[in-house]
Ligand binder design. Structure first.
Ligand SMILES: [Zn+2]
Ligand SMILES: [Zn+2]
Length: 236
């Protein structure tokens, strides 16, 4: 979808980074590598991981195949999604922060940071080292469903929300209709985009709690303030 925005010049005002040319555009090798990684993730790695961990999933999740597409009660679903998002955010924040340790960054997380400019490439969210995929993505995402013993339908809905969230964070646009950064304490696409551009701070996923509590969004806030002042000076 964001490729269409870029091609037809839609939502240009909502582009987060000014330079719309990305290293990704200019690097066909990286492009091929991301596409291959995404195909491998969805056709091989994820099915294999589900197959291997099926006994654990079966024990913790309420796996009732006949009720797989039955909607759970709305109140229960909202509670489960909220707890899953809080757990995911905490585990993501701390694992992501740990991945910025120089050694771990060099050997693991630098792969994901090959994208400095995310403009129109939400697929960048898929581009991670296998160790990062397991400890920084899969475990945080499945923590809620496993601990709460969620049923398949609720788990599916939660996974869709998480997929949309990570695509939003990596799309390079601060879209006006996006609910993910609509109000405090939700974490906007701007913060994760800044994290990719500069490689510092703003480690959170769904929320800004941890970044605010630990002061790891100081560089982002300073940059936003600077940008605001620059725009105000331009007006006069
Ligand atoms: Zn990072
Ligand atoms: Zn990212």
């Amino acid at each position: 979808m964001t490729q269409c925005f870029k091609r037809f010049g839609l939502f240009e005002r909502n582009l987060i980074q000014e330079k719309s040319k990305t290293p990704f555009d200019q690097n066909k090798k990286l492009y091929k590598s991301v596409v291959v990684d995404t195909i491998m993730n969805h056709l091989v790695k994820i099915p294999l991981a589900v197959y291997i961990s099926f006994p654990l999933l079966q024990r913790c999740l309420k796996i009732d195949r006949s009720a797989a597409f039955t909607m759970p009660p709305m109140k229960l679903l909202a509670y489960q999604v909220l707890i899953s998002a809080l757990l995911e955010d905490a585990l993501f924040y701390w694992s992501h922060r740990a991945l910025h340790n120089p050694f771990l960054f060099k050997h693991i997380h630098s792969k994901h940071h090959k994208f400095h400019n995310l403009t129109a490439y939400p697929i960048a969210s898929e581009y991670t080292h296998p160790i990062e995929s397991i400890f920084g993505n899969i475990i945080p995402v499945l923590a809620g469903p496993l601990l709460l013993g969620m049923d398949l339908a609720s788990t599916q809905i939660w996974l869709w929300i998480r997929m949309l969230k990570t695509s939003d964070a990596h799309c390079g646009y601060d879209l006006p209709f996006s609910p993910f950064g609509a109000f405090w304490p939700l974490n906007s696409a701007r913060r994760h985009d800044y994290h990719h551009e500069k490689g510092v701070g703003s480690f959170g996923s769904f929320f800004v709690f941890w970044d605010q509590l630990c002061g790891t969004d100081a560089a982002y806030l300073k940059a936003q303030e600077k940008k605001k002042k620059k725009e105000e000076t331009k007006k006069y």
